[in-house]
Design a protein. Sequence first.
Length: 268
Amino acid sequence: RQPADSVAVSPVSPGFWADRTPVHEIANGACVNLLTYDAITPLHEASLRGQTQCVELLLSAGAQVDARNIDGSTPLCDACASGSVECVKVLLSHGAKVNPPLYTASPLHEACMNGSSECVRLLIEVGAKLEAHDCHFGTPLHVACAREHVDCVKLLLNAGANVNAAKLHETALHHAAKVKNVDLVEMLIEFGGNVYARDNRGKKPSDYTCETSPTAKCLQYYERLPFSPHRIISLFLLIGVKTFCQHGLAKIAKLNIPRPLRKYLSYN
C-alpha cells in the first residue's frame, strides 16, 4: 500500500532520474544500435551475458541482429560463447545468420570453444557449416579438440565433420595428442583419423606425446597395424563401400579387424 500523499509512478516514466533503467531509455527512444569504440552494441553485451529478456527487448526495439564488432563477432557468436541456449534460440528466431563470411570465427566455433554441447547441437540442426574455417583456430573440430570438449567432438563427428581437416596441415588428432587426451585420440581414430598425417613441421600426432604415455601407446598401436582405420576406410571408398553398406552391417561385426574400426564402420 502506498502512503496517501504518494504519487503512482508509471514503469515507463519514472518520477526520479535515479529510478531510470535501460528499459526506460529504450521506451523513450534511445538508440539500441549505439556502438562502443570496438563496435560492440548493447545486443552484443546482452548476448554475451546470457540475458535472454534483454536480448528480446533489444531485438523488439530494432537492434541489428547480425551486427559485427571489430573482431567480426555477431551477437549469436557471443550468445554461443556464453553457452546460453535460450539466447541462441531467440537470436535465431529473429533471423540471425548461423554461417558468417569465410575465415572469421563462427557461432559454432564459439560454442565449441565454450564447450556448450547444447549450443553445438542446436547450431548443427539449423545448418551450421561443420567445415567453417577460422584463420586462427581452424575448424570447429580443431577448437573442440584443443579445448578437450569431448561431447562437442562427438556431436561434430556424428554430424559428419571431416576428421582429417587440416589447419597448416595440423589435424584434430594432432590437437588431441598435444593435450594428451587418450579418449579423444581413440574417438578420432575410430572416425578415421589419420595417425600418419604430418603437420607443417613434419610431425605426426605421436610425435607430440611422451613415449610411455597412454596417448603415445594408443597412437603407436595404430601406427603398427598393417592397415590403419584411415587407410582401410579409404580402401572401402575406392572399391565402392556404398554398395557394400546397404546389406553389409551384419557382416561388419564378423570381420577380423580391430574393434574400433568395426565400431566406426557400423556408425549410421
